[in-house]
Design a binder for this molecule. Structure first.
Ligand SMILES: [Zn+2]
Ligand SMILES: [Zn+2]
Length: 556
């Protein structure tokens, strides 16, 4: 069992104890131990008892719970308390801003145990009447529920890719050719349905083959002889499977992978395309427009882009030379500085930038000045071991509520580069958010503006910004904008990449990795960057290490 799944079950147990107001001491202790387990870099399942006992808060009781969860996926305590909890309450526990205690009040005082009832209670102004609830809390809960309902069946890009992989494996056993189309072919940051085409000369036979696959649940009302609609068991996301013969393969591939606006932009008219085309390239040629890669088929500025640039100008994963927004055990990362750097070296990169949290982010073990000196000493030592590879001394400095950065100039000047990010006080109106970010961009020590809007895809909207003004300020102050490659963020929004490039602002594709596995998120960053038309020449971490360092020193 993966660490993440174990930690999730333990967190649920803590929440349920708190919700029912029982085992207060045990709950506090398990919550503390869970935070340590969440950061544990090795497999919890394979750890010895001695190793587990070394984690703060982990004692014999916690170990017995972990063992039970690791072996069975659950434990007696959890099963017992789940039995006493209406299942709808579990959804209420997921609402941002509502801890177990508040959910308990809602449940006990208003008798509400499901999300629709809670939405209604917000509309009827019932929440504000409870002790400890304000109108701001009620407002937040209301908007959050609407947001959740809207996104209930959507998936983040990484999750969608893994469901698609499952689907392709199933379909490949029945069909000779399977191809992903739709949102996922365009690598959209949020996926509303997983669409694919399968090669079928006889659609009725092809549809019948699907009915034999048990894990596929058909939505009979919405299916047709040409398209199967339904979902995979255990996954809410809608699935569409198109049956296509070889003659129409290229036409359907282009049509089904494009946003309708793209088809309009290139003058695609299915009825006029009688000829059987060999490839998508041949169709673009026939329509006398440049070929557009699937990622960019959105019907925005892609044609304009393609007239002035070549597909080969686009950034690719292998163009990246460094990886510069990463965390280690110095702050809230799971792997050591050495392990993270070595993993990057093994990936063929030539520099690794550490950017642990700054002191303001105390919840994430942000670095006090003494720890920075320790880290810099360690980096100097490690750098002696390598030729053609080095660790850069970076920091992810918090942008404080007033827009200043979280260290004084003497400390800020000790770094090779500074990623400036907002982590706290995210509830801001546009005026506040703009003032805060503009001040940080104007700070002479800021090299990169980290995850500019603070959004978490499908979970939290970012604070409001006038992105064109942010881009102008970055251009004026020679600040790079991050494209945070974590599939939870993908922030800067790809829709602004073109504008940033036009204004001469460089983009840095940063995984914000908190463990070695997180480094691979760079691939999502690159897909999204390509979607926005990011050029290799405009990618900050495609520079070699000297150019990277000179960018700041040379111009600030
Ligand atoms: Zn951050
Ligand atoms: Zn970070």
């Amino acid at each position: 069992m993966e660490n993440e799944a174990i930690v999730e079950q333990l967190e649920l147990l803590v929440k349920l104890w708190d919700l029912h107001g029982i085992n207060e001491f045990k709950s506090k202790n398990l919550a503390f131990a869970t935070r340590g387990l969440d950061k544990y870099p090795l497999s919890i399942c394979q750890a010895t008892e001695e190793q587990l006992l070394a984690i703060p808060g982990v004692g014999k009781v916690v170990i017995s719970i972990i063992k039970e969860v690791a072996q069975t996926g659950t434990c007696i305590d959890l099963e017992g308390i789940l039995e006493q909890t209406p299942s709808g309450l579990l959804n209420l526990l997921k609402i941002k801003g509502l801890g177990p205690k508040k959910v308990s009040t809602i449940w006990k005082e208003l008798g509400i145990s499901d999300i629709d009832e809670l939405l209604l209670a917000c509309q009827n102004n019932q929440l504000v009447q409870l002790k400890g609830f304000s109108s701001a809390i009620q407002e937040n809960v209301y908007h959050y529920i609407l947001f959740l309902k809207q996104n209930a069946s959507k998936l983040r890009l990484d999750k969608a890719h893994s469901v698609a992989k499952e689907l392709i494996t199933i379909l490949s056993a029945k069909y000779e050719k399977v191809q992903i189309v739709g949102d996922l072919a365009r690598n959209c940051e949020e996926i509303a349905s997983i669409d694919c085409m399968v090669l079928a000369s006889n659609t009725f036979g092809a549809a019948f083959a699907l009915s034999e696959i048990e894990v596929l649940k058909e939505d009979y009302q919405n299916s047709s002889p040409f398209v199967w609609r339904g979902n995979l068991v255990n996954h809410l996301i809608p699935i569409q499977i198109y049956f296509v013969d070889s003659e129409n393969w290229a036409i359907q591939s282009l049509k089904l992978s494009s946003h309708p606006n793209h088809l309009a932009l290139i003058g695609f008219d299915e009825l006029k395309l009688k000829a059987s085309f060999e490839s998508e390239h041949a169709i673009y040629q026939y329509l006398q427009v440049p070929y557009i890669i699937p990622n960019m088929r959105e019907g925005l500025t892609e044609l304009k882009w393609a007239i002035t640039h070549q597909e080969t100008d686009l950034i690719q994963l292998e163009d990246l030379k460094g990886c510069v927004h990463n965390h280690s055990t110095y702050s809230d990362g799971k792997n050591s500085l050495f392990e993270m750097a070595e993993a990057c070296r093994q990936m063929g990169l030539s520099y690794f930038g550490i950017a642990d949290h700054s002191q303001y982010a105390a919840y994430a073990g942000g670095l006090k000045p003494e720890r920075i000196s320790d880290q810099h000493l360690e980096i100097d030592q490690l750098n002696k071991n390598w030729t053609n590879f080095r660790i850069l001394k970076g920091i992810e400095a918090d942008i404080l509520p007033d827009g200043s950065l979280d260290y004084d100039a003497s400390i800020l000047s000790s770094f090779d580069y500074v990623v400036a990010s907002v982590h706290a006080g995210l509830q801001m109106d546009e005026e506040k958010a703009m003032a805060r970010l503009l001040k940080a961009i104007e700070n002479p020590f800021t090299t990169i503006l980290g995850h500019p809007t603070g959004r978490l895809l499908l979970a939290r909207q970012g604070y409001p910004l006038q992105m064109s003004k942010i881009i102008d300020a970055c251009a004026a102050n020679r600040v790079v904008i991050e494209l945070n490659a974590s599939p939870y963020r993908l922030d800067l929004d790809w829709r602004f990449i073109d504008l940033a490039q036009e204004k001469g602002v460089m983009i840095s594709i940063n995984p914000d990795a908190h463990e070695i596995a997180g480094l691979m998120d760079m691939k999502y960053g690159v897909e999204i960057a390509r979607k926005g038309g990011l050029l290799k020449n405009n990618t900050f971490n495609a520079l070699n290490v000297d150019e990277f360092l000179q960018f700041k020193n040379g111009f600030k």
